[in-house]
Design a protein around this ligand. Sequence first.
Ligand SMILES: [Zn+2]
Length: 175
Amino acid sequence: MGNHEVSFSKEEDEIIWCGSKNGCYLVKVGITLLERDAKVKEWESKICWNNACLLKVGAFAWLAGNKRILSGDRLKKMGFAGPFRCVLCEKAEEDVDHLLLNCEFAQKAWLFGLQRLNWMDPMAGKLCEWLESWPSLGKNSIFAAIWKILPSTVLCELWKERNQRVFDGRAENCQ
Ligand SMILES: [Zn+2]
């Protein structure tokens, strides 16, 4: 084993910020680096992380939109043996897109919310694309707050209903 000498300089320690060339912290540069590293998608800030949405409801919407909930498709990938039929319709395999958007039960739930806001019918397809297509309303709109919480609330309620059927054997209608 070789000898390694460690020597300390006699100068005072100082804090150097690696984000800038001169080692000084700048708020503007800090925010730019944060935004670059955080990679928050537009739909996530619109639907999950807005000021009208409860944190746990928004967090669930984030998990669902990023396919991180423990739906049948994910359980299968984790090695659990199925079958994972959709308990809302009993007609299809359970995956995130089906359960929370394409299922006839889910479509009715979305429609129920959307009709009250006089908006279009829910689309079918990929849940993340549906969430990406969610428009922003002007701050002054009386519907703005409802609009912000509607998607995350519908997603949460569908998941609650699914879990109630899976774990408690109880079923509600979609309203
Ligand atoms: Zn279904």
